[in-house]
Design a protein around this ligand. Structure first.
Ligand code: FES
Ligand SMILES: [Fe+2]
Length: 385
């Protein structure tokens, strides 16, 4: 099928007259390949969390849209992202999460790299017993480091290398949430889970940034945080989402999580849920935050990687384990309720006469902001490949 740029004219209209992205954006492999370059590689895409490599010398392979990457935490505590490909004959270097003992050794001919990616040893490269050769310049043969940035424990990469700096890319959001620009602490194994959905990654974003579906998909949530308690959040070209004005955690009558320090009064009752384009879904509350990294496994399959963070290290101790588990269970239930619609919309997009759909100018505007952004990325890519 391939991509028809003219078909995006309708998506780029103001919300009242706009149509949604056409079906090929959800079911056509050629369009998925074009989207991979224009949407993911040319922007800052999330690929995982620093907590995935919690300690010095931890390494973890990640395949992102077919590209083999390697997360490594260095001796300096910094997380770096490398292409997980040996500079000799292109062997995959690390095939499962590992603790690096000394150096990263390629399993094929044992070329070894340090945690900074420098090539350190090249056994027998100049013939048996000769570990150097004048044509093998180790300084030129380090691992390829991928341009990366870390924000709130989330690891982002820019594979095209030419996106604006991450700080600028995310600036509108960090400004909006400047009060949350402070350390947060990963809750640990009881505060993470993955959900696999048989859906294109975009439908998870689209569903996340609107509250219109609340009464029907989340009746439990809707009983205390009603449709009319929500407001829209839109920053065209950057992010969109929604917020509630009645956040009031009640997991336990005896115990509560401590709050992030220095928050203004509005956060006593507000909480916000924002999709930072392309693929990270975020939630902030006065006492915890979470991030969902959407991993596009294929055009019709996505893994949602959820991680929950707290305001202080004290919240990670055993005395809060039950409370953390309850909080995780609450979010898991809500995100699982969404699977039905996200997968249902995916099936619906195989209906060949579906025209991208019609947005409610009142209820669907945050979703339209996302469609508009995706369409804009495709057009930009066409104009400057
Ligand atoms: S391919 Fe890695 S050492 Fe040969
Ligand atoms: Fe939902």
């Amino acid at each position: 099928m391939g991509i028809n740029i003219e078909a995006l004219d309708g998506v780029l209209q103001p919300v009242a007259g706009a149509t949604g992205l056409p079906n090929e954006f959800y079911v056509d492999e050629q369009t998925f390949a074009a989207e991979r370059d224009a949407v993911f590689f040319k922007n800052w895409a999330a690929i995982g969390f620093c907590k995935d490599v919690p300690q010095e010398a931890d390494a973890r392979p990640v395949t992102f849209l077919g590209i083999p990457l390697l997360l490594v935490r260095g001796r300096d505590g910094k997380v770096r992202v490398f292409q997980n490909t040996c500079r000799h004959r292109g062997m995959i270097l690390v095939d499962k999460p590992a603790k690096v003992r000394g150096v990263i050794r390629c399993p094929y001919h044992s070329w070894c790299y340090d945690l900074d990616g420098k090539l350190k040893t090249t056994p027998h490269v100049g013939g048996p017993g000769f570990n150097v050769h004048e044509d093998i310049d180790r300084d030129d043969l380090g691992l390829v480091e991928i341009r990366s940035a870390v924000w709130q424990d989330i690891i982002f990469v820019n594979l095209s290398t030419d996106a604006q700096p991450f700080e600028i890319y995310a600036e509108k959001l960090t400004q909006r949430w400047h009060e949350f620009e402070r350390p947060c602490y990963f809750g640990g194994p009881d505060s993470e889970f993955d959900l696999e959905v048989k859906s294109n990654w975009k439908l998870a974003v689209e569903n996340y940034c609107e509250s219109y579906h609340l009464p029907w998909i989340h009746p439990g949530l809707n009983s205390y945080s009603r449709l009319e308690d929500h407001y829209h959040i839109m920053e065209n070209g950057h992010f969109s989402g929604q917020g509630t004005t009645v956040y009031n955690p009640s997991l336990s009558s005896e115990q509560a999580f401590s709050n992030f320090g220095g928050l203004s009064q509005k956060w006593d009752s507000q909480a916000e849920y924002i999709a930072l384009f392309p693929n990270v879904l975020l939630g902030v509350h006065r006492d915890h935050r979470y991030a969902i990294v959407l991993v596009p496994d294929s055009i019709e399959k996505t893994t949602e990687r959820v991680a929950i963070y707290y305001a202080s290290e004290d919240m990670l101790d055993d005395s809060h384990a039950e409370l953390r588990a309850k909080n995780t269970a609450l979010w898991k239930e809500i995100f699982e309720e969404d699977i039905f619609v996200v997968e249902g919309m995916q099936s619906g997009r195989h209906g060949r006469y579906f025209d991208g759909g019609k947005f409610s100018p009142v209820m669907d505007e945050p979703t339209w902001v996302f469609h508009h952004w995706v369409a804009s990325q495709m057009v930009r890519d066409r104009e400057s490949p």
